[in-house]
Design a protein. Structure first.
Length: 56
């Protein structure tokens, strides 16, 4: 192998796992954020219904 190829392989082995782990965690975090956003939207709807009932 050439010196450049060896360097690239070394970089992948050193940084590949952290990058893959970071991507995996970001996808999991994104799913939780979507779930949290949906919950907040539902809470806003319920809050509006309660507010409307109190005003009438």
């Amino acid at each position: 192998m050439t010196n450049e190829t060896t360097l690239i392989m070394e970089m992948i082995s050193n940084f590949g796992f952290p990058i893959i782990l970071s991507v995996y965690l970001l996808f999991r975090f994104e799913k939780r954020m979507i779930s949290l956003e949906e919950s907040i939207e539902k809470l806003n709807i319920v809050d509006k219904i309660i507010e409307d009932r109190e005003n009438n």
